[in-house]
Design a protein around this ligand. Structure first.
Ligand SMILES: [Zn+2]
Length: 73
């Protein structure tokens, strides 16, 4: 089991929680990142060493309709 430590989102400063994974793929795009800030759509690359983490900006989402509540994640 591999544990990727928690990080701070460089966009909003919120904590990106640690994740446990059996397999850690190399992250080359936002969708590959196991740790992400969904508000900023910033993903942290899957490096175990926080000094080696790169932050990857995802594509912006289209504006959601206002009556659709967003489930927190
Ligand atoms: Zn953020």
């Amino acid at each position: 089991m591999i544990i990727l430590p928690r990080l701070r989102c460089p966009g909003c400063g919120k904590t990106i929680h640690a994740v446990k994974a059996l397999v850690v793929p190399p992250a080359e795009k936002f969708e590959d990142c196991l740790r992400r800030c969904n508000r900023c759509r910033i993903g942290a690359s899957n490096a175990k060493n926080p000094a080696k983490v790169k932050f990857i900006q995802g594509d912006p989402l289209p504006e959601p309709p206002p009556e659709q509540p967003q489930s927190p994640e």
